[in-house]
Design a protein around this ligand. Structure first.
Ligand SMILES: NC(=O)c1ccc[n+]([C@@H]2O[C@H](COP(=O)([O-])OP(=O)(O)OC[C@H]3O[C@@H](n4cnc5c(N)ncnc54)[C@H](O)[C@@H]3O)[C@@H](O)[C@H]2O)c1
Length: 459
């Protein structure tokens, strides 16, 4: 049994699945497994109001600290440096050279030299305690996201973590409680919510072009085999997760935009999921072809199925197919399919069908809808975003929009309830797969506020 599995005792698995007390057969699924009771959502501690609807305090300059300036942190640093009215006051990484490189980028952009924190795994705590930061952006390996979020919040800073925010049920609750207690926002920096297709389709959904939504499909299907086996960057930590968990390791790139289409936590919510993993052959096959005999990687035993497929049912009865595959050869695909009573959109490549359109039951392009429905973010900032280029421009727009919300004193587009709800399919799919694909209830991280409509963000 791996370290990670040992954290999920049989009792916890059953409790989280809402099926405590039910006798298990060795291989079978009983009737009770199929219809689990509600997963309990712990009561909100008293004097800890919700963060829903809480606006940032308006400010002229947004002062940012960055924890983790590896590939992603450096790339997002460049996006922040291209955004007006941002001051990068501190950077942190366990590798000092990476901090120095980041500090040089800040200086080159005409800002004063940021403070550097490179004194070991916990130096982020000193960065978090500074009194000249409004926001701490975290781009470290997954196991560090939650400790670093908690340190930021404890020190009164708003924070945004890379994806996924957390990968245990307990940690999803930990970030919710910490954000509520600190009265500071904890966002998930889900850049895919800001892509051109996703923001255009969001406007079309809101305008009713697709009718009432019934079903969505989304994914992170991305051949990462070469990256996973490198002796640097993500190769140093990400492959390890494939030895620990059989689940959807990276649910948010597809699910974030889907949640926005479906108003999750703003009128609907994820209710339960079932999940199934395929066998795992991809990393083994790649290792056979690319890793020399005697390399310590040959000692690793992978357990994440090449394909993990979950089906989520929402409280309003919609379904979402959510998939993860990073270990087989294939083109990139987040699917990004949304079906309503009047039409359907499907990405990769973008295409749409609206009921009654000319030309029979054939896809048409999104182009003719662009003029009317493209988001104002892309209309106004798209040229610069494309020039900067981070993931086609969506990375800049995510940073730009965050800074806009913080400067103008708006609510963030994405809050801690979204961070938890979009990340929690990680542990929930692990439970479902481990128990023979039983349904597993989602907690209600909003604790009763999910039906509350909110002012539309990102239009
Ligand atoms: N949103 C996206 O499109 C996207 C793309 C790539 C990566 N990511 C996410 O970004 C995060 C980082 O990924 P990456 O590709 O940059 O990996 P990376 O390995 O290149 O960078 C991680 C950095 O964190 C540093 N680090 C490790 N432990 C630390 C600690 N305790 N304190 C401070 N620094 C520490 C490492 O030295 C490294 O420089 C991950 O969560 C990943 O999932 C998101």
């Amino acid at each position: 049994m791996s370290n990670d599995d040992s954290k999920l005792s049989r009792r916890e698995l059953l409790k989280a699945a809402g099926i405590a007390g039910v006798g298990l057969t060795v291989s079978g699924i009983t009737e009770a497994h199929l219809i689990p009771e509600n997963t309990e959502s712990p009561q909100r501690p008293s004097k800890q109001p919700t963060m829903i609807g809480v606006k940032f305090e308006a400010r002229d300059i947004v002062r940012i600290g960055i924890v983790g300036v590896g590939l992603r942190g450096t790339s997002v640093l460049k996006e922040f440096l291209a955004t007006d009215k941002v001051a990068i006051n501190a950077v942190c990484d366990v590798v000092k050279d990476k901090c120095v490189r980041a500090a040089q980028l800040v200086e080159k952009a005409g800002q004063k030299t940021p403070a550097v924190y490179a004194d070991g795994d916990h130096d982020f705590e000193r960065l978090s305690a500074r009194d000249d930061l409004d926001f701490i952006y975290i781009a470290t390996p997954w196991e560090w996201h939650v400790p670093q979020v908690l340190a930021a919040l404890k020190n009164g800073k708003h924070t945004g973590t890379e994806v996924p925010a957390a990968y245990t049920l307990e940690d999803c609750w930990n970030i919710v409680n910490a954000s509520e207690a600190a009265r500071r926002h904890c966002l998930i920096m889900e850049n895919c919510c800001y892509d051109d297709s996703e923001t255009t389709v969001l406007n079309m959904v809101r305008a009713g072009l697709l009718g009432d939504l019934v079903h969505g499909e989304c994914a992170y299907n991305h051949d990462l085999r070469e990256i996973l086996f490198e002796n640097k960057d993500e190769g140093l930590w990400r492959r390890r997760h494939h030895t620990l968990r059989n689940s959807n390791l990276y649910p948010t790139h597809g699910l974030g935009p889907m949640a926005m289409y479906m108003d999750i936590n703003r009128g609907d919510r994820f209710d339960h999921l079932v999940s199934m993993s395929s066998t795992h052959l991809g990393l083994e096959s790649y290792r056979k072809d690319h890793v020399s005999a005697g390399d310590p990687k040959w000692k690793e035993i992978y357990k994440t199925g090449d394909y993990n497929t979950s089906i989520i049912k929402t409280a309003k009865g919609r379904t979402i197919m959510l998939q993860h595959n990073v270990s087989t050869p294939r083109p990139y695909d987040r699917i990004n399919l949304i079906q309503g009573t009047k039409g359907i959109f499907r990405d990769y490549p973008p295409r749409i069908f609206i009921d009654g359109q000319q030309g029979g039951h054939n896809w048409t392009t999104l182009d003719k809808y662009k003029e009317q429905y493209e988001s104002s973010l892309w209309k106004n900032q798209g040229e610069l975003a494309r020039k900067l280029g981070g993931h086609g421009g969506m990375d800049f727009l995510m940073c730009y929009r965050l800074v806009q919300c913080m400067r103008e004193g708006l609510e963030p587009d994405i809050d801690v309830y979204d961070a938890a709800a979009w990340s929690v399919p990680g542990p929930l799919s692990q439970i479902s797969v481990a128990r023979g694909s039983v349904p597993v209830k989602f907690p209600d991280f909003t604790r009763g506020h999910w039906e509350q409509p909110r002012q539309a963000s990102l239009s």
